[in-house]
Design a protein. Structure first.
Length: 309
């Protein structure tokens, strides 16, 4: 009996019985997109990272070995498997971790494409002749909207006296990646006899582009009866964009103002250059007596005693 023809027929029958999807080259690289929609981007977190799930579906009758390569936009770094073996009929998932994206340096909602590449290098443990079979899967990364503001208040150049005022400069900077403005301003201090004006209200009228600043002056006035004391003045501002988005972003800064007693006023009647005692001078408008009048008065004074009895 000839076994050669029988074996050939058996192999032919097995080959014909194998399903179509089990033929050589039937493997697939794919990405698990958000909402199962390839048009929906992956949102990068405020920490500059995002996790991406992808898979290789091997519908062949033998194991396959693949090598991966990644292209990440926005200067990000990729951390994923370099190579993997996928068993026959298996669907194996992997995680690509993206990190190191400086989200503060890119405009909010910016989108760029990333690419995952897979190259078939072995089949049933046997090397594939280069360049081998390759597939690519792409998706989009999206920069988040970041509302962030900073506030700074200048320090006074020196102490102030009771009954006077001091001008403090306040600067608000938009350190986020989207246009913003100041939503609320609050000024507080720990001295009841110190008052501040509403000069910082002007901060709420201007839009602030990313990386730009606005300034306003705050005038603090100390009462004339204010005692010697160090007064802490604190300024807090909130992001209008964060408030409208249902969030909260508040920045604070403070400074200390030293208040001294009021300056003593000099006495206007005092003349420090004159140490002599005052001299009173009395004058009269009557005429001075003549010489004849004096002689007559002396004679009358002499004869008056002689006429007595």
């Amino acid at each position: 009996m000839r076994w050669g023809p029988i074996a050939g027929v058996a192999i032919l029958l097995l080959t014909c019985a194998a399903p179509v999807h089990g033929q050589l080259g039937s493997w697939e690289l794919g990405i698990e997109y958000p909402q199962d929609n390839e048009d929906v981007p992956f949102n990068v977190g405020t920490d500059g990272g995002v996790a991406i799930q992808f898979f290789v579906n091997n519908e062949e009758l033998v194991d396959i070995g693949v090598e991966f390569d990644y292209e990440i936009p926005f200067g990000g770094e990729a951390d994923g498997p370099e190579s993997e073996t996928i068993g026959a009929g298996d669907n194996k998932s992997f995680t690509l971790t993206v990190s190191g994206i400086d989200v503060w340096s890119f405009a909010a909602d910016s989108k760029e494409e990333f690419t995952i590449s897979a190259t078939l290098v072995t089949r049933a443990g046997l090397p594939i002749a280069l360049p081998g079979e390759g597939q690519e899967a792409v998706g989009d990364l999206k920069i988040p909207t970041i509302y962030s503001i900073e506030v700074g208040i200048s320090d006074p150049v020196g102490p102030m006296n009771a009954g006077s005022d001091v001008i403090l400069s306040v600067t608000v900077t938009n350190s986020g990646n989207v246009q913003d403005k100041v939503g609320e301003v609050e000024v507080s201090d720990n001295c009841p006899l110190l008052t501040t004006d509403n000069g910082l209200d002007s901060l709420m009228t201007s839009n602030i582009a990313p990386g730009q600043s606005v300034e306003a002056n705050l005038i603090a006035t100390a009462s004339e009866s204010h005692p010697r004391r160090n007064c802490k003045i604190e300024v807090s501002v909130s992001s209008n964009g964060a408030m409208n988005s249902g969030g909260s972003e508040i920045a604070e800064d403070d400074t200390t103002v030293t208040i001294e007693p009021p300056l003593a006023e000099p006495d206007e009647d005092d003349d420090p250059g004159d140490d002599s005692d005052p001299v009173e001078v009395v004058s009269s408008s009557l005429p001075a007596p003549g010489l004849v009048t004096l002689i007559c008065a002396s004679a009358l004074a002499y004869l008056a005693p002689l006429r007595r009895p």
